[in-house]
Write a protein that binds this ligand. Structure first.
Ligand code: UD1
Length: 364
């Protein structure tokens, strides 16, 4: 008898974490995986293009929850997801990462006694002003199986009183997708993309910024664009923009035309990986990009006060920066003085198979 497993995705950073597990569950022949897309992200460029780039099938359920306040979004996902699990009666629900869908679906499942597994458990920024930190802590506290990407995750969970039997160090599942997709990209395709944007390999900076702490306030967003414009005098700057950032720019009437910063719409996964692999450095406030740059050994400046992924600093190429420090850091990188990183343990493209081994050993 196949075990029925619901895999929940909702927002852009979930898709590349779910794809390898879905493929491995199918391959095992022991499980029947069902994809539920909550619709937290809904634009083609924020969602569907990832299904195409990751060779995923259409979701079995699309809940179309859309956006709203945190409470509206979380509540709407809980209501519609509960209907799905009451109908499907899965043996397990798997949630990924730290977005509102992760929280909403783990609570809805546990309340009706369906076990939950959390992939990317144990990450902590210790900053409760981040909505993601609230999502991480609550999801971890109610999950039955906690799959950690690095051993700092095990330490946090044990410190919070989680029973050791629930915790499994399996490595970083996002790297499974990254390895697979990069292997499938030809050097011609990469050259074409760089040409299209008039970029030269290892001679441009790639920017992604979307966190409320950076982009929601007008003064902060203007200050960021002023720094980007200065950087662009030294090195071409390319900035694929998250809809939140684009929305705030138009709200505040910020128009950096002529500032030398190439603004793009959000990119698909393949295109973004190509640009990241060939960048001289990345400036970001994303969680996942700190990890991907560590794996690719590309210098990464993270415009945040803290990170839930400290291994990218201790072992990788990442550093936390404040806005006024960025120019100096960029000079350090451009003069070849940046640290070189190493790949953390189990960031090897085999995390999904380790998770399926654990799932096979459970009495679900
Ligand atoms: C969410 C996650 C965050 C993750 C980020 C990556 C939470 C709490 N936050 O933040 O952890 O790093 O995704 O992208 O779950 N929008 C569109 N089109 C879309 C999606 C969103 O226009 O396809 C708009 C929304 O209407 C909203 C804004 O973008 O105005 C932000 O979207 P939202 O879902 O609130 O959170 P993110 O900032 O994307």
């Amino acid at each position: 008898m196949f075990k029925k497993i619901i895999c929940v995705v909702g927002a852009r950073p979930n898709f590349m974490k779910m794809a390898p597990l879905y493929a491995e569950l199918m391959r095992s022949g022991k499980f029947c995986p069902i994809i539920v897309h909550t619709g937290q992200h809904y634009d083609y460029q924020m969602s569907k293009v990832f299904f195409e780039d990751l060779s995923l099938p259409e979701p079995h359920y699309s809940l179309e929850s859309g956006s709203g306040t945190h409470a509206e979004q979380t509540a709407s996902i809980m209501l519609s997801f509960e209907r799905v699990i009451l109908k499907e009666k899965p043996d397990l629900v798997v949630v990924f990462g730290d977005v509102n869908s992760t929280l909403a679906c783990s609570i809805a499942s546990k309340k009706i006694s369906i076990p939950v597994a959390h992939v990317e458990a144990g990450l902590r920024s210790c900053d409760m002003s981040m909505p993601e930190e609230i999502n991480r802590k609550i999801t971890d506290s109610i999950s039955d199986l906690l799959f950690t990407p690095s051993l700092d995750g095990n330490k946090w969970l044990l410190g919070e009183g989680v029973h050791p039997d629930k915790i499994h160090f399996v490595g970083n599942i996002m790297i499974d997708s990254l390895v697979k997709v990069l292997e499938s990209i030809s050097s011609d395709a990469e050259a074409r993309l760089l040409n299209q944007h008039r970029l030269v390999k290892n001679k441009y900076a790639l920017i992604t910024l979307h966190r409320p702490s950076n982009v929601d306030e007008e003064s902060s967003l203007r200050a960021i664009f002023s720094v980007l414009s200065e950087i662009s005098a030294e090195i071409p700057v390319v900035f694929p923009m998250h809809p939140r950032t684009r929305g705030k720019m138009s709200l505040y009437g910020i128009n950096p035309a002529g500032g030398g910063v190439l603004l793009l719409d959000p990119l698909g996964y393949r295109q973004f990986l190509m640009l990241m692999r060939n960048a001289q450095f990345v400036l970001t406030d994303s969680g996942g990009i700190q990890e991907e740059t560590t794996f690719l050994n590309v210098p990464c400046l993270t415009l945040r006060k803290n990170t839930e992924r400290p291994i990218t600093i201790s072992e990788g190429t990442n550093a936390l920066v404040e806005l006024p420090e960025i120019r100096d850091m960029v000079h350090k990188i451009l003069s070849g003085k940046w640290k070189s990183g190493s790949k953390p343990a189990f960031w090897d493209g085999k995390t999904a198979s380790r998770i399926v081994s654990v799932l096979s050993s459970q009495s679900l």
